[in-house]
Design a protein around this ligand. Structure first.
Ligand code: ADP
Length: 500
């Protein structure tokens, strides 16, 4: 295995940001936590502390919610013309583009991900999200309704912003998850309290500076750093919040639902996955192997859509396993800031221990390790890309989300697509599935039969601002991106006028 752990240098802008004292963004001001507490931010490749951020808790969430409410009701935001809101949202994308390299570096440093991927996917993806969503600000029209009630009626609907929104995001795509949530909520005219993950708060704080530069009225976006159990729980519980949007584990998603019951705030959830990648004998095998390897090793396997259950038809099973092993052993592992690195460390010690524990559980349950299976070195949270064979449906590694570079390969004999759909659907999750085939009938039939919010044919981990994304079953509620996301951030008001 190719390992390069030496830490490369940062650019001037990233260094300048890291040298600052980090504060949270509430009501247009940069503030410390009320408690005065901070917590350290770590480089997961070296385990060095790279900054301290405020440990916000309920007291800070209370201030942020009050600021968001004032902003939501204030003239500057509520009376802003849709076209001006669109311009503002677009401008945020422009500012991000101007600082794209700095954001990519900060993301690679804080999360561990390869900087090349961060620049291409996380940052460009976030810029694209603001640009796409800016257009929705001027398109939130209602409908006139041809009612059948007796009399003379004029009935119509209008769309209004849902109000004060709490957004709780994870650490796997820190800036991009912020963009997925902030861009549509701003386009709709909501006011927001964003809580980044405690493992990766840096790009959200830097982004707050761009929001200010873009000219967003004070309090429209508030950014509170802190832990899930304190800041996150206070936000999900808060009676002053009209809606909570969450991306993270299914376990915490269920806690959010319970917390939201207090004032029946609206809830949207993007949760875990255990996505199948199914390779048929008629697929372009070279592309299928490269694609399914990327499906699990991309972002160190820390994707809710990761292709963690790989099914290969019996007739090509050996070739697929051989190809996966070859690609896994060639991956260049190292510090994410090295532009040639393809696989960085996992985000945290907790994640490192968890993934190593899953590999061990696979071993104990009788899985064979075709390649990988170990943590790397004793500095940083590196894990070898791992291919497990001889896996079966009842194993923990096949049932549970690992969130690491670990794939479970199984073979199938069946040419009956009903049977194929049955094992693909044999999971409590339903976020994504990929189908690798040249046969249109196979592709379209399975696309209908698989219970997942997103289906990819001859690709995996696809995403686009215009393409609705979300899960069936325990993978979530609601959709992000596309026109569907605007449902998350608006209420429909129906008006009936008696003209009689
Ligand atoms: P992971 O297990 O992958 O770290 P989590 O679901 O725990 O993912 O975290 C996703 C986000 O949810 C983070 O911002 C985290 O701080 C937050 N969070 C964790 N626990 C809670 C909770 N009880 N209430 C609200 N937010 C939480």
């Amino acid at each position: 295995m190719n390992i390069a752990i030496a830490k490369p240098k940062l650019g001037r802008d990233s260094k300048a940001f890291l040298a600052k004292k980090h504060r949270m963004f509430i009501d247009g001001k940069w503030v410390e936590a009320k408690s005065g507490q901070t917590f350290p931010v770590e480089d997961p490749a070296t385990q060095e502390t790279i900054g301290q951020v405020p440990a916000g808790d309920k007291a800070d969430i209370d201030l942020a919610v009050a600021a968001a409410r004032r902003a939501f009701e204030g003239k500057a935001w509520s009376r802003m013309l849709p076209a001006d809101r669109a311009k503002l949202v677009w401008r945020i994308g422009d500012l991000l583009e101007k600082h794209a390299d700095e954001f990519a570096e900060l993301e690679a440093l804080d999360n561990g991900k390869p900087v090349t991927n961060a620049r291409r996917d996380d940052i460009d993806g976030s810029i694209g999200m603001f640009r796409y969503m800016s257009g929705w600000a001027t398109r939130l029209n209602g409908e006139t309704i041809p009612v059948s009630s007796k009399g003379n009626w004029h009935c119509y609907t209008m769309r209004e912003p849902v109000g004060v929104v709490g957004q709780i995001i994870p650490w796997n795509f820190p800036l991009m998850m912020a963009a997925w949530k902030l861009a549509p909520a701003l386009a709709a005219g909501c006011a927001i309290i964003l809580k980044p993950a405690e493992q990766t708060p840096l790009t959200a704080l830097r982004f707050g500076e761009l929001l200010q530069e873009a000219g967003l009225p004070d309090g429209v976006v508030n950014i509170v750093t802190g832990f899930g159990e304190t800041a996150g729980a206070a936000l999900a519980n808060h009676d002053g919040v009209d809606k909570v949007a969450f991306t993270g584990s299914t376990e915490v998603g269920k806690l959010i639902v319970k917390a939201a019951a207090g004032n029946l705030k609206r809830v949207s959830l993007e949760l875990g996955g255990k996505s199948p990648a199914i390779v048929f004998p008629d697929a372009d095998l070279d592309k299928a192997i490269t694609g399914t390897a990327s499906a699990i090793f991309y972002n160190q396997g820390q994707c809710c859509t990761a292709g963690s259950r790989l099914f290969a038809h019996r007739s090509i099973y050996d070739k697929v396993v051989e190809g996966m092993v070859e690609r896994a052993t060639k991956i260049k592992v190292g510090h994410g800031l090295d532009p040639s690195v393809e696989l960085g460390p996992l985000v945290s010690k907790e994640q490192h221990t968890k993934v190593a524990g899953y590999i061990e559980s696979g071993r104990k349950d009788g899985a064979a390790i075709a390649t990988g299976g170990h943590v790397i070195g004793n500095q940083g949270y590196f894990v070898e890309p791992t291919v497990l064979t001889k896996t079966s449906r009842d194993m923990k590694v096949v049932r549970e989300e690992i969130f690491g570079p670990v794939v479970c390969v199984q073979s199938f004999d069946d040419d009956d697509l009903e049977a194929v759909a049955k094992f693909a659907n044999d999971t409590e999750y339903g976020l994504q599935a990929s189908i690798w085939t040249r046969n249109l009938k196979t592709a379209h039939t399975l696309a209908r039969k698989i219970k997942a919010g997103t289906i990819c044919v001859n690709n995996h981990n696809y995403g686009d601002a215009a393409w609705p994304f979300g899960g069936y079953k325990q993978s979530g509620w609601g959709r992000e991106m596309g026109k569907e996301v605007m449902e998350n951030y608006t209420e429909t008001k129906s008006v009936a006028i008696n003209l009689g």
